[in-house]
Design a protein around this ligand. Structure first.
Ligand code: FAD
Ligand code: MLT
Ligand code: ZN
Length: 502
């Protein structure tokens, strides 16, 4: 396909054809909600006792402050039964609902398109059970990822998912977005580790599939439909997940590379030498590394040693024997440095827990650094590894040719991501979110991804941002069946309207 420069439709028209007829929350509805929830679990700007607008603000605006809803009411149920009662009422009354976890999603899926009711899972945050033989954890959907990791640590287990938003995102949100994150290379996706779910369906029925079985081949695996469906088929209230034994030893090393072309041979070599102990291989281009340092994410590596480095790779190992792992890592570094044509300029091996954390802080802080620098247009794509740098460079050149690589428009075009998973985060950092920049980027980026047979969303989802672009990664038959599934589960279209489907 050729790369076209056709501007996309302006945002409000994107969902105009698919947004169902829905009712706003009224005082009559609030009277019902007040019967089932305590006052502290209701935030509303409706009379007779309106809460200040500022209390609703964090729920109506997304993490990037790019997407803005106009909800009048947030409910914070404490039990699955309360969720079910609210959803049943809303379905009967045709009131739209947005399920909200930690509101860290990056595609606008977690905030209303209009004035839908927000159901926050924040008050459902209990661990229901943990079996320290099987490692199976069952938890409320509102548990924060970091708190689950903290819970597991004394049991010598780790959560099979880790990401920079761990301090705020919730396990229900992680499951609903099928979050990938920094450990996917080691533990695989949530489609594999989630063993069971409890979901409140759009008519209020509770679908209890909260099994804790490793093996269960009894017909359709319905839970898989909810993993990654971004709250459009139901509200996840409980999650059963297989956690992993904590590694006895973890190490990391930040490698500085003279040129991008070395990333792939390096990945091959690292896999060959570290094999079973390799647990992360993360790519960071020079520009975004500099932004991380500028905005105080982690400690800078020695400037002299990293001079001229075009990009960086963070390698982590997790294994069962410290001596053995360190030996493997050291001999990897030696062989890399002593090669006739070294693939790396330098490698900084963490020698203390503080340094280990600081190296990860650089990688985990990229999202925040980019947001501090400006307004990021985030494209989370899967493309062949060889094309990572090309996609970033072509996009930058395209913006330059459009006269947008200038003060007042676009400041940086950067790339980072999960090389091990073929997932590039292309970030275009602009001064502001403007139709001009958006029209230059879309469908340009999506056409580029389609040219490489890639995916327009590797791990963040579709949300409201990419509904119009779904066809770049899903064919007509697939989209048709997705719509039929949505219709079957949610005939009134009340759950997360305007999201995922075009
Ligand atoms: P929210 O943002 O609240 O919601 C996300 C979507 O899920 C929405 O559509 C919402 O309606 C739905 N939802 C939420 N809870 C439920 C529920 N209980 N039932 C049904 N639907 C629900 N993503 C990655 O994949 N990998 C990363 O490495 C990664 N790193 C990130 C780093 C930072 C700093 C930030 C800000 C975001 C990052 N993300 C990453 C994005 C990401 O999708 C997540 O942070 C996370 O999975 C969202 O969880 P949440 O609880 O915040 O969900
Ligand atoms: C990451 O890998 O850091 C996340 O997916 C968030 C982002 O893309 O910025
Ligand atoms: Zn990511």
């Amino acid at each position: 396909r050729s790369v076209s420069r056709t501007p996309v439709l302006r945002a409000p028209r994107r969902w105009a054809h698919s947004f169902p007829q829905l009712n706003s929350v009224t005082e009559h509805d609030l009277d019902y909600f007040r019967k089932i929830l305590p006052p502290s679990a209701i935030i509303t700007t409706l009379p007779p006792n309106p809460s200040p607008e500022s209390e609703l603000e964090p729920f109506n605006n997304d993490w990037m402050n790019k997407y803005h809803g106009k909800s009048t009411t947030v409910l914070k149920p404490r039990t699955t039964k309360e969720v079910s009662d609210i959803v049943k009422w809303c379905n009967d009354r045709h009131i739209g609902i947005v399920p909200q976890g930690g509101n860290t999603g990056l595609v606008g899926g977690s905030v209303p398109v209009k004035d839908e009711l927000i159901i926050s899972l924040a008050n459902m945050s209990k661990v229901r059970s943990f079996d320290d033989v099987s490692g199976i954890l069952v938890a409320d959907a509102g548990c924060i990822l970091q708190s689950l990791s903290d819970y597991l640590a004394p049991h010598n287990y780790v959560f099979p998912l880790d990401l920079g938003a761990k301090g705020s995102c919730q396990i229900g949100g992680n499951v609903s977005t099928n979050a990938g994150g920094l450990r996917l290379l080691r533990y695989g996706s949530l489609h594999g580790t989630v063993l069971g779910l409890e979901v409140v369906l759009p008519d209020g029925t509770v679908l209890d599939q909260l099994t804790s079985l490793r093996k269960d081949n009894t017909g359709y695996d319905l839970k898989q439909l909810f993993i990654g469906s971004e709250g459009t088929l139901g509200i996840v209230t409980g999650v059963s997940i297989l956690t992993a034994p904590a590694p006895q030893a973890t190490n990391n090393v930040m490698l500085a590379l003279p040129k991008f072309e070395n990333v792939l041979p390096l990945f091959k070599e690292v896999k060959r030498q570290l094999s079973e102990i390799l647990s992360a291989f993360e790519f960071i281009d020079r520009r975004v590394y500099d932004l991380a340092i500028k905005h105080g994410q982690g400690r800078a590596l020695d400037a002299e040693e990293t001079e001229g480095a075009e990009c960086f790779v963070l390698v982590e190992t997790s294994g069962g024997n410290r001596e053995h792992d360190e030996q493997k890592l050291n001999s990897l570094l030696e062989s890399l440095m002593e090669a006739d044509e070294p693939l790396i300029n330098t490698g900084v091996l963490a020698t203390s827990p503080a340094q280990f954390a600081s190296l990860w802080a650089i990688r985990e802080g990229l999202t925040e650094a980019v947001s501090k620098e400006g307004k990021p247009y985030k494209y989370d794509i899967s493309v062949p590894l060889q094309k990572f740098q090309e996609v970033v460079d072509i996009t930058r050149e395209h913006l330059r040719s459009e006269g947008l690589m200038r003060e007042g428009a676009v400041r940086h075009v950067v790339g980072y991501g999960h090389v091990g998973d073929g997932n590039l985060h292309l970030n275009v950092v602009a001064d502001a979110y403007t139709p001009e920049v958006e029209a230059a980027l879309e469908p340009f980026v999506y056409e580029l991804v389609a040219k490489y047979n890639g995916s327009i969303s590797a791990e963040h989802g579709i949300g409201v941002m990419k509904t119009h672009a779904l066809h770049y990664s899903k064919n007509a038959v697939s989209i048709d069946w997705m719509k039929k599934i949505k219709q079957l589960f949610d005939p009134n279209g009340i759950i997360n309207p305007g999201k995922v489907l075009p």
